[in-house]
Design a protein around this ligand. Structure first.
Ligand code: TYM
Length: 334
């Protein structure tokens, strides 16, 4: 009975690159912190990755590594349904239906589409354009209350809300209205070498990966761009000191300290003391995750058992929603 009363959380990450600190602080940490309060669904969004060309062997390897890292971050498969998106065909099936309830103009306004089509000019495919409706399907199949994501995915969750309004407006209360759930600190981690753009795998020198060695992480933090402020002082001023603000944001997210506490802690000390302290705090946060992920990754049978049982549980819930949708739009029951 108690299980049924729980609210639902759902999210996913594309296994298109190795997981990084932005993914962890913007999304995964929030998933782990709230595990006990919710009924949870977290997946590897492999269907999404092929909107950009992937090397097949790398995609397969990274999908399993991502699962091992989810578990190592603290997502216990007993309390979280962990699955691979392509193992649950209902995602693609509902994605098609929702394409017919999403407007060309809405999709054209999506920032991620604009960014990615600028970056991959030779491959602006239909999937890249309709990607947000697949994401809406990912979400709506599980009728979640909250979708824990970083700031950059908020627009897609907003689009999902528009689709819900349109669909429910025609057919009645089919979908629950989901809400984005965005962390206070870590919602938008910026690159260490270019604090004006978000941390992403495309600029590896400014990106800290979860599986990276401590000495490499420390080197990246020591080289992080701060500013040419002659006062050399740790103060939260995102407009004038974006690099310092980003490091403070990271430090706040991993230590739970407020900006005022961080300013007080480094009062009278310059960036020379601050940067390695942030590096050290990140290293200590990631160390147990890296070690545990390496251990889990060796146990292929365990991983297989986790993703199989995850897909079974996910399919059960997803198919229920899909059947309801098919009936509403007028398809003959098979
Ligand atoms: P993706 O794979 O690009 O990113 C996964 C999650 O990490 C967050 N994130 C960040 N947060 C803070 N700072 C950063 N620098 C940073 N970089 C990434 C993202 O906001 C996201 O929460 N379309 C999604 C994947 C997806 C999905 C879904 C998410 C597919 N279906 C359904 C939620 C629900 C994506 O490309 O995220």
């Amino acid at each position: 009975m108690e299980e049924q009363a729980k609210k639902v959380m759902l999210s996913g990450i594309q296994p298109s690159g190795d997981l990084h600190l932005g993914n962890y602080l913007g999304a995964i940490k929030n998933w782990v912190d709230r595990t006990d309060e919710f009924d949870n669904y977290y997946f590897m969004a492999d269907l999404h990755t092929i909107t950009v060309r992937q090397n097949p062997a790398d995609l397969r390897r990274r999908t399993l590594e991502q699962l091992a890292q989810y578990i190592a971050c603290g997502l216990d498969p007993e309390r979280n349904t962990l699955f691979i998106q392509s193992h649950v065909p209902a995602h693609a099936q509902l994605g098609w239906v929702l394409n017919c309830y999403t407007m060309f103009g809405e999709l054209s306004r999506m920032t991620q589409f604009k960014d990615k089509s600028a970056k991959h000019k030779d491959n602006i495919n239909g999937g890249l354009f309709t990607y947000p409706t697949l994401m809406a399907a990912d979400i709506l199949l599980y009728q979640p209350d909250f979708v824990p994501v970083g700031e950059d995915q908020k627009q897609h969750v907003e689009l999902t809300r528009n689709i819900v309004q349109r669909f429910n407006g025609i057919y009645g209360e089919v979908f629950k209205m989901p809400e984005p759930y965005i962390p206070k600190a870590g919602a938008r981690v910026m690159g260490l070498t270019a604090p004006e753009s978000k941390m992403s795998k495309s600029i590896p020198e400014g990106c800290v990966f979860l599986m990276e060695k401590p000495e490499d992480i420390q080197r990246k933090f020591k080289r992080a761009i701060t500013d040419s402020d002659t006062q050399n002082c740790v103060r939260y001023d995102p407009e004038h000191k974006p690099g310092v603000a980003n490091l403070m944001n990271i430090y706040a997210a991993v230590t739970g300290k407020s900006y005022a506490q961080i300013e007080a802690e480094f009062e009278g000390q310059g960036y020379g003391a601050f940067k390695p302290a942030v590096g050290e705090a990140v290293i200590e946060t990631l160390r147990p995750i890296r070690e545990e992920a390496q251990r889990i990754l060796k146990d292929k049978a365990y991983l297989e058992q986790v993703y199989r049982s995850g897909a079974e549980k996910a399919s059960y819930v997803a198919n229920k929603t899909l059947r309801k949708v098919y009936k509403k739009v007028g398809f003959v029951a098979p």
